[in-house]
Design a binder for this molecule. Structure first.
Ligand SMILES: Nc1ncnc2c1ncn2[C@@H]1O[C@H](COP(=O)(O)OP(=O)(O)O)[C@@H](O)[C@H]1O
Ligand SMILES: [Mg+2]
Length: 254
């Protein structure tokens, strides 16, 4: 199948205000309808990269960025870009689920309402659709008016994924979304990712190498702000080209 580039990163450099060079000359393509895995040791720049793609670093003072990030060929840092609209297209799910202090239903309706949607029927559809996509519908369909906090940690994480999906994004960024989750919730989210990728581009920082190898269509190994190696998951996790990648995936990394 022909691969369609969704996000193209060109010669990206990113520095925090203390001079930390967190990303150094990164060029990398994220394809539509694939699960892209960004992995490597802590401090490698993975979260920074996801925040650059979502323009969350705009909120951090004193950062410096050069290079370009193109979404469907459009520079997301161009002056005319509506950042709120960008963040609806490119959703992000973090390690710690943070439901709003609202009912399950209201958690899901919040984003679409903020974007101007008022139609009750359409909101109901979005609630069911997003919860189904996040593999949570069966567990909560009879308790939509209960607080989001009444859910277990694994369910809250799926609720937060559903909240992103309710905005009908094009790209879903997931930063170690399963760190604190039980194996069953992890398996449910991994299963739903396989369905979701048919419609979306998914970029995930996995919480371990086993998960990386399980889900990756394409993978990129980051070490100290540098992209060391990238390629199809099948190759990268079984037969990497680079010695540092090999050391890391075989657990020999110091
Ligand atoms: N807000 C920040 N201010 C200064 N330095 C930061 C900030 N966030 C991250 N860093 C630094 O940038 C580098 C990359 O961090 P990060 O993107 O969080 O890596 P990873 O997600 O791979 O663990 C690290 O050296 C980290 O200390
Ligand atoms: Mg991180």
């Amino acid at each position: 199948m022909e691969r369609t580039p969704k996000i193209v990163i060109e010669h990206l450099n990113f520095t925090y205000d203390d001079g930390t060079e967190s990303l150094v000359d990164i060029s990398f393509t994220i394809y539509a309808n694939e699960i892209t895995v960004i992995f490597g040791p802590a401090g490698g720049g993975k979260s920074t990269l996801l925040r650059v793609i979502n323009r969350l670093n705009d909120l951090t003072d004193g950062t410096q960025m050069t290079g370009r990030v193109l979404l469907d060929g459009q520079d997301i840092y161009a002056k005319e870009v509506d950042v709120a609209a960008l963040r609806r297209k490119v959703g992000i799910v973090f390690a710690q689920p943070l439901p709003l202090p609202l009912s399950i239903r209201a958690n899901l309706e919040y984003g679409p309402r903020l974007a101007g949607l008022r139609d009750k029927q359409r909101l109901n559809e979005l609630v069911e659709q997003s919860l189904t996509q996040a593999a949570l519908w069966d567990e909560v369909k009879d308790r939509l008016d209960e607080s989001g906090f009444a859910l277990s940690g694994g369910q809250q994480q799926r609720l937060c994924l559903a909240r992103v999906l309710a905005l009908e994004p094009e790209v879903i960024l997931m930063d170690e979304p399963m760190s604190g989750l039980d194996p069953l919730s992890t398996a449910k989210i991994e299963d739903s990712m396989q369905v979701l990728k048919q419609e979306y581009s998914i970029v995930i920082v996995p919480h371990n190498i086993q998960q990386a190898a399980r889900v990756a269509d394409n993978a990129a190994f980051f070490l100290q702000g540098r992209l060391i190696e990238e390629g199809p998951g099948k190759k990268l996790f079984t037969n990497p080209t680079n010695k540092q990648t090999e050391d890391y995936i075989t657990g020999r990394f110091g």
